[in-house]
Each structure stands twice: as structure tokens, then as C-alpha cells.
Design a protein around this ligand. Sequence first.
Ligand code: ADP
Ligand code: MG
Length: 343
Amino acid sequence: MLKWLQGLLSNDIALDLGTSNTRIYAKGQDIVMNEPTVVAVSRDHTGARKVSAVGRAAKEMLGRTPTGIEAIRPMRGGVIADFESVSAMIRYFIKNINGNRSLAAPRVIVCVPVGVTEVEKRAVREAVMTAGAREVFLIEEPMAAALGAKLPITEPSGNMIVDIGGGRTEVAVISLSGVVFANWVRVGGEKMDEAIVQYVKRRYNLLLGEQTAEEVKKRIGSAAPTEPLEEMEIKGRDVVQGVPKSVVLNSDEVREALAETVSSIVEVVRVSLERTPPELAADIVDRGIVLAGGGALLKKLDVLLREETGLPVFVAEDPMCAVVRGIGQALEKLDLLHEIAVN
Ligand code: ADP
Ligand code: MG
């Protein structure tokens, strides 16, 4: 009876706290929240911070805020950069998915990148507790990505997963429910956006907003040549004259702008392959490499990685949601959670 009641009241969630996006999967349901990891805060006359918007609404304010309001990206390179804002954001999301009903405090499974310090891990756990969780479980991000990408992680064979997020690219080899090898760089989608901003400034004396740069990347960005050439009109501010102006950018230019960032991603994959134990490397030759995260959607990145490594490369289905779906699976199967939880 008590169990039944607990089940009814259960509002346990899986949380993917990404540098660019935060996603929540609710137990027994599905993905119930998918929003940019952005918080807008204002200060009152005493200097106290007040959250005025989170998620999509806050992202629209980036680069457009009046004095007194600040739009913040509280995660950097996969770790918490602004504890207070992260915690406030999670609290807001949890409240929101419950439709403001006051259910029991949820248990939360959240993933952390591999290679983060104990201090960084503790910050995640505490931010989630401060946001109102009853209990927090941590699992490693590549493990979640691999689960979400439907890789056979419990088998004794090597699976390579590459998660290209906003602030970080993580490569991991997983076998027997454990991360056997992991490697990462603090390079991801946001570096690509910055590279586009720099390129356009250098070449056209035009200052672009980072959101415009992101749009350019998604629409006409690629890692290898695409046919036919695509064009996009972009607007920004002229560096010299200080007035708004527009130019037309083509896909070759964007590829050139992205080249350096893309090659750091290729490099981290290559180095990881070199360092993978031979038995597992042999498995990867057969099974290939699976890409997850939003960066996996960059056009022709899979093609380029295939050329550079000579291995089969696949993009996971719905790559941006692989991590949250993977954590969601652990939430649904508690024996699996106990097998892979790291806290
Ligand atoms: P994180 O887990 O770090 O929050 P995500 O996996 O959500 O990151 O991926 C977000 C990144 O993916 C952003 O930098 C975004 O611009 C990028 N992205 C999303 N869609 C595309 C696309 N179609 N092409 C290239 N990059 C994309
Ligand atoms: Mg991610």
C-alpha cells in the first residue's frame, strides 16, 4: 500500500545539465523539458539577485539586456560556473514540470562529465539538492550517452561514443557497464559559434551576435565541402562605422571558419583511438564510432571523421537527447542505476 502510494507520488527525474541545454526526463513519462541553460537575473535596490527568466526566454535576452538585468550561461565547459544561478534554474524547472503542484521532493539522477574533479562533482550534487531534490545520484555522461544511443554497454566489448556538446567534446570507450577509457577537450559547439564571430569580424568588419553565429552554423555550417554552395544573409554591426549592416556569407566560408574547431574534435578522437587498449580497439573497428550531442548534427562531421579514422561512424538517433534518454533508462531500471552510479 505504502509502495503504491509512493509510486503515485513519485516524481523522480533524470537531469541532463548541459553547457548549452538542460533536459529533463520524468519517470514513467518521457522528456518533459528541453531548454537552453541560460538564466536572466536582476538585482533589486539592496543588490540581492532575483531570477527573472530561465531557459528559452532568458536565451532571447542574451546580448540584449537593459542595465539591471543580466543573462548568464551558468555552465561552462560542462561544469558549474555560477552555482546560485544553476540551482535557481533547476528549482524553476522542477517546479514547472510539476505544474506547481507540491509533490514530494524528487529523487534526481544527473550526469557529470568524465574527468571532472571531486569538487566539481560535489557542486553538481549540492546545486541539485539546493534546488529541492530529496536524493541525488550521479552517473557519467558518456555512459548516459551510450545508453541513450542504444549501445550494448553491458557486453564485454568496446563501444566508442563521442559526445559533442556546447562546451566540451568527450570521447569514451565503454565495456561491461564501465568507462574503460575517456578523453575530452573543452571544445564544442560554442567554440564553433565564436569562430564564426571572429571570422566575420576579420573578413567583413562585421560584429555578429553569438546567436546569429549559432544560426549560421546550424543552417550552412559543415565539416567537409557540401554541394551545392549555400548562402545566408547575416546582420550585425559594422566595426568601423558602428552602424548596422548585412553581408552574405556562403557555406565554404563557414567551413573555413569552423576548420580549427573541427580539427580539434577530430584530433581528440584520433588520440583516443591510439590510446584505446588493443582488444577494445579491435571491437571498435567492427562496431565503429557513435556520435551524440548537438555537435553531431554539424553537417558532414560524420563523413570527415570516417575519412580521418577509416572507421565506420554513425550519428545516434536524436543525438541531442541521447544523454537525457540514457539517464532516463537508468531511472526506469534501478538495478542498472546501481550498476553505473558513481556516487
Ligand atoms: P550540451 O549538452 O553541452 O548542452 P548539446 O548536446 O545540447 O550540448 O548541444 C548543443 C550544441 O549543439 C550547441 O552548440 C548547438 O549550437 C549545437 N547544435 C545544435 N544543432 C546543431 C546543428 N544542426 N548543427 C551544428 N551544431 C548544432
Ligand atoms: Mg550534453
